[in-house]
Design a protein around this ligand. Structure first.
Ligand SMILES: [Fe+2]
Ligand SMILES: [Fe+2]
Length: 479
């Protein structure tokens, strides 16, 4: 049964290891959250066994809930870092403390919805929804009665923010959300809670819990501040929001501009790969924005020595022939990965983007130079002519590796080649990477590999179509 269960599961990415110290810190924060959220149950006098038992149950429930939150965030983002888990549970801790301290002054809407926006943007909708349900589960404090209608509105608004937050692709859309959610909450409170609470409390203004207008105004202000601080969260916690991905994909970014000027061949290769990888990712339902940006930066390391790569040689002399040393040539090739990672660090590229740099080469063999070394009878280990890896750890980096392998072959293909020939070439390249074990950690299924082949073929057909010259007469050159 266990075997069948394992077989029936969709393969998941290898989770990254979190150090023991980080795990311990996360566990201690979870304990702190549980204590803060339940200690009031122990303040009852006189305290009897039943009270202690009920405190213990609440404490355990909160601790388990915090653990579930961490597990869900790891499941949704297998490459999540300890810093990001720390952000999620710290936000939970902050909300619990705020509830204790400011429960009578601040509306629960302003406490729960803005952090849900940060989590959905950085870690995804499912993690945000779990976070919202846990903060709402521990809410309310047993001593405080919360209006059921307000609780309902809170859940709806927080769920909408969690779901939309994970999909939003620009800062402008974020801004719209931060305006429409408070308006929505205001209207729904007006309808469900009552018109008599609409007046602004002159003493408290935005800090008057219970006054619908003040509550909604405070929510709008906190949400606007949250949006203002999201870029800071992105850089401190390494969050990769959709907006950040799209900003990085801007071809006017200095590193990409440099690539287009100093290594135009590599830049052209990059653009073609973007097309191949994007189409394939769309076919298998992967993260298109991630792969588009990752593909753009995958070969930036070639900037360290553009003329050593064939696509930039433009018919001039090949430096590899001049040095005639396969070992040195292999070192130059490996350097495009090492230097790429250095550029990534210098330009503060987020880790999921930087991962494309080593993983697109995996541990592939530099076949040409290995062959040359063998011809020269050099007694050298094959591993010396392999990239250092790691092999692709996600579907997206694996697709990029396959696109990288197929690009040159497809570009060189005869314009009159049939679809069958093109598909055969693609299949051969993909199969060689498969049997070399390069796709072992990527969790690409056989069906997905089939779809990737078909999508590469579709892109090739598009390219071939573009290359066919249309007959135009002198009098008709405008259509
Ligand atoms: Fe490369
Ligand atoms: Fe490449």
């Amino acid at each position: 049964m266990f075997y069948l269960w394992r077989r029936s599961q969709v393969p998941v990415k290898q989770p990254i290891k979190i150090s023991r110290i980080d795990n311990l810190i996360i566990f201690l924060v979870c304990i702190l959250i549980s204590i803060i959220s339940s200690y009031k149950l122990l303040l009852i006098t006189p305290l009897n066994i039943a009270d202690i038992f009920s405190w213990f149950l609440t404490f355990t429930e909160i601790l388990i809930s915090s653990g579930v939150l961490v597990l869900v965030s790891k499941k949704e983002n297998p490459t999540i870092s300890s810093r990001q888990i720390f952000l999620i549970i710290t936000l939970l801790l902050v909300v619990q403390v705020t509830k204790l301290v400011l429960v009578s002054t601040i509306s629960p809407l302003s406490m729960i919805i803005p952090p849900a926006l940060i989590i959905s943007q950085g870690m995804g909708s499912i993690t945000a929804l779990t976070w919202v349900s846990i903060t709402s589960l521990i809410w309310p404090d047993p001593e405080i009665a919360i209006n059921n209608n307000l609780f309902f509105i809170l859940l709806i608004c927080a769920s909408v923010v969690s779901l939309l937050g994970g999909r939003i692709r620009s800062r402008a859309q974020l801004l719209q959300l931060s305006i429409f959610i408070p308006i929505g909450s205001f209207l729904s409170q007006w309808i469900l809670i009552g018109k008599d609470k609409i007046l602004i409390n002159k003493q408290g203004f935005v800090l008057a819990n219970g006054d619908i207008f003040s509550d909604s105004l405070l929510l709008a202000i906190v949400m606007l501040f949250t949006i203002l601080f999201i870029p800071i969260f992105e850089s401190i916690f390494g969050l990769l929001t959709k907006a950040r991905l799209l900003e990085l994909a801007d071809k006017e970014k200095p590193l990409i501009r440099r690539l287009s000027l100093e290594a135009p061949g590599t830049f052209e290769h990059t653009l073609l790969i973007c097309g191949l990888a994007e189409e394939a990712t769309r076919m298998i339902g992967g993260d298109i924005d991630l792969i588009k940006t990752g593909a753009l930066y995958h070969d930036v390391g070639k900037l360290h020595a553009p003329s050593w790569f064939i696509e930039n040689q433009d018919g001039s002399k090949n430096p590899h022939d001049e040095i005639d040393d396969p070992i040195k040539s292999a070192e130059v090739l490996q350097a495009h990965v090492d230097e790429g990672l250095r550029y990534a660090r210098k330009n503060r590229l987020p880790k999921p983007i930087a991962n494309f740099i080593p993983e697109h080469q995996g541990t592939l063999k530099m076949g040409y130079f290995f062959q040359k070394a063998k011809e020269k009878n050099l007694d050298i280990n094959e591993n010396y002519f392999r990239y250092k890896g790691p092999i692709p750890q996600s579907k997206e980096t694996a697709i990029l590796m396959l696109a990288d392998g197929c690009e040159a072959a497809l570009r060189a293909m005869n314009i009159n080649a049939s679809d069958k020939e093109a598909l055969e070439t693609i299949s051969k390249i993909i199969y060689s990477r498969q049997i070399d074990g390069q796709l072992d950690d990527s969790n690409l299924s056989k069906g997905e590999i089939f779809l990737i082949k078909r999508s590469f073929l579709n892109v090739w057909k598009r390219i071939r179509h573009r290359r066919i010259q249309y007959p135009t007469s002198k009098n008709n050159t405008f259509s």
